[in-house]
Design a protein around this ligand. Structure first.
Ligand code: G
Ligand code: G
Ligand code: MN
Ligand code: NA
Length: 255
């Protein structure tokens, strides 16, 4: 297809630009990390968000090359940042990329080459990805964890993995899907889900982060259920690397 041809050319010309959505502590409101979200600097259509091409990238398999480029870019970019010890940079990986032979070595080598601490990076996987092949997923995540890389479960609550996997896998953070976060101030069942995920996460020794926070009211009720961190348009969309570098240079960030 046309989009696929354009994607190939974008890979060759390195037109995928990671942006970074800030993450904040619920209790202090201070910046504590970012999630990298890819944008395509399209020659005619401008800066395109991932949802406009991620499906085609997955279906064509091009997401593997794009994802690898993104990780290299993110690691070398954040090597320039002046980050506090506990600052975390989340990177989304697709199933195809994650299950590709050599993925773990690729991550380790990319981090080593960039000269950053593995603790700065967190790989975001989904329940659906884990369920695709639980044995390989467990081995890979344990290897990444042993190297020092963090693991979070993205879109938590929307997939179909059993809680056994959450118990048995080396996961540091749960990301509550935005549909629960956005529904939870009006719908008491969504509220119950957010509360249950927070409690479970804490009992498992994990941090819990809410995604897609758009209103002050949503933030307040996250505070009530004890959710640790949040990201969303209430505070900031994904920003170019230079903006995050400025925030880190000027801002008070969490410790
Ligand atoms: O930023 P946006 O709302 O357009 O993102 C849409 C989807 O694309 C989200 O599910 C997000 O996780 C995914 N996505 C964004 N950046 C990346 C990336 O670098 N790699 C992969 N695999 N998915 C990404
Ligand atoms: O699947 P994943 O959680 O990685 O996707 C994150 C997606 O959520 C990105 O596409 C990003 O653009 C989008 N996003 C980030 N903050 C908000 C928000 O506050 N509201 C909504 N509706 N989407 C958001
Ligand atoms: Mn994500
Ligand atoms: Na998500």
């Amino acid at each position: 297809t046309k989009l696929e041809i354009e994607l190939r050319s974008a890979i060759e010309n390195a037109l995928f630009i990671p942006h970074y959505q800030p993450q904040y502590r619920v209790d202090t409101g201070l910046l504590c990390g970012v999630e990298s979200l890819i944008r395509w600097n399209h020659p005619c259509r401008g800066m395109l968000s991932a949802k406009e091409f991620i499906d085609t990238a997955e279906e064509s398999g091009l997401i593997i090359q794009i994802g690898n480029q993104v990780l290299i870019d993110v690691c070398s970019t954040i090597a320039q940042w002046n980050m506090p010890e506990d600052f975390i940079v989340g990177v989304n990986v697709s199933s195809l990329q994650f299950f590709q032979v050599g993925f773990v070595d690729f991550v380790i080598n990319t981090i080593r080459r960039a000269g950053i601490s593995p603790q700065r990076i967190e790989i975001e996987v989904t329940e659906t990805m884990i369920m695709h092949d639980t044995e390989i997923a467990k081995t890979s995540l344990e290897q990444l964890h042993a190297f020092g890389v963090g693991v979070s479960i993205d879109d938590f609550g929307t997939g179909y993995a059993s809680l056994t996997y959450l118990r048995d896998f080396p996961v540091q953070r749960i990301k509550i899907d935005q549909r629960f976060v956005q529904g939870h101030t009006e719908n008491h069942k969504d509220m119950a889900i957010v509360k249950a995920i927070s409690t479970l996460g804490h009992d498992f020794g994990m941090q819990v982060i809410a995604e897609g926070v758009e209103t002050q009211e949503q933030l307040r009720s996250l505070e009530m259920v004890g959710c640790d961190l949040y990201q969303g348009w209430l505070r900031s969309n994904a920003l170019p690397a230079a903006s995050i570098e400025k925030l880190l240079a000027g801002a008070i960030v969490s410790h």
